[in-house]
Design a protein around this ligand. Structure first.
Ligand SMILES: O=C(CO)COP(=O)(O)O
Length: 123
């Protein structure tokens, strides 16, 4: 049986939060295949060396698009994306495209930690 796949992404101001979240929910996360954008994946891996994380491109270099494509092909089942709403980003359109696809394909998506805490508890 293949495990469901969870995608983890955090903007720079939220990366410590994501690392902390991963540490706290390591057991729940171990029940997923984990994919992440490049830098976020590195942080999660560092925080939880026992978790296996597939790291894609960094967000600004196409990582958000890669995860969006995986959602479109049914390869990502849940998205936890800790967004920084206070910083403008060059790849804002990619972020929008990704959250749009998560909505189109109706997968559970958390855009902040409070929602992620609820979603991960339901697993
Ligand atoms: O920019 C991001 C999401 O939009 C995240 O990418 P990184 O995890 O590579 O920083």
């Amino acid at each position: 049986m293949t495990l469901p796949c969870i995608a983890l992404i955090a903007h720079d101001q939220k990366k410590d939060d994501m690392a902390d979240f991963a540490r706290q929910h390591q057991k729940a996360l171990s029940r997923f295949r984990i994919v992440a954008t490049g830098t976020t994946g590195g942080k999660v891996q560092e925080a939880c060396p026992d978790l296996q994380v597939t790291r894609l491109r960094s967000g600004p270099l196409g990582g958000d698009q890669q995860i969006g494509a995986m959602i479109a092909t049914g390869d990502v089942d849940m998205l936890l994306f800790f967004i920084d709403p206070l910083t403008s980003m060059p790849h804002d359109v990619d972020v929008k495209a990704l959250t749009r696809l998560a909505t189109v394909y109706d997968i559970p998506m958390a855009l902040n930690r409070a929602t992620a805490e609820k979603l991960i508890d339901f697993q």
